[in-house]
Design a protein around this ligand. Structure first.
Ligand code: FMN
Length: 170
């Protein structure tokens, strides 16, 4: 639910009034995406060939594409149709096709589960970030060393401050 800051009435509004409802649509989408990822990962390992149909917060072609990228074979819509009517399915299809054209995908199989390859453990993320920072530091030090003045003839009027900074820090 939400509150409209113009009318000061809670939403969704029916004849200007509302009542608290259930838990679905965009409120559950991040959770449904995670569940899809976890189930699809498990199915790849233990049930290859089985299909997975995803649901939870799908309202646009972009939403459907995210579920397919995380391993769904098909997608379903419940609240989206209640909110926008069945016409939303046509719009969803067009948006999904536009995404596929932009990414140069011919079929759903071209991108099904493609984003599953980019999950790892928290410990691995920390290790990768530490390694990248060490690489950046070494590269910055090498670049600074290159710019360091090594002979009197290398001093330049415009670069003097930078050159002496590099020497001081080096
Ligand atoms: C009004 C309403 C009634 C629902 N009735 C059922 C039901 O009878 N059986 C069921 O398995 N799921 C039911 N659901 C859950 C939906 O099938 C769906 O899993 C959930 O709402 C998440 O998808 P959505 O975000 O597209 O709505 C219902 C959902 C809503 C909003």
């Amino acid at each position: 639910m939400s509150v409209n800051l113009e009318t000061l009435r809670p939403e969704p509004s029916v004849e200007g009034m509302t009542t608290p409802g259930g838990y679905s649509c965009k409120a559950v989408r991040p959770i449904a995406l995670r569940m899809t990822m976890e189930i699809a990962t498990m199915m790849r390992r233990e049930f290859p060939g089985r299909s997975l149909s995803a649901i939870g917060g799908i309202e646009t072609g972009g939403d459907a594409a995210q579920f397919i990228l995380l391993g769904a074979d098909t997608t379903q819509v419940c609240t989206g149709v209640m909110k926008h009517g069945y016409e939303m399915v046509k719009r969803l299809q067009e948006e999904l096709l536009a995404f596929m054209e932009k990414q140069k995908f011919e079929t759903l199989a071209d991108f099904k589960g493609k984003s599953l390859n980019y999950f790892t453990t928290h410990a691995e993320l920390v290790r990768m970030q530490k390694e990248r920072k060490a690489r950046d530091k070494a590269a910055a030090e090498a670049a600074a060393a290159k710019k360091m003045v090594k002979a009197d003839s290398e001093w330049s009027g415009d670069e003097f401050v930078k050159q002496s900074d590099a020497l001081a820090r080096g």
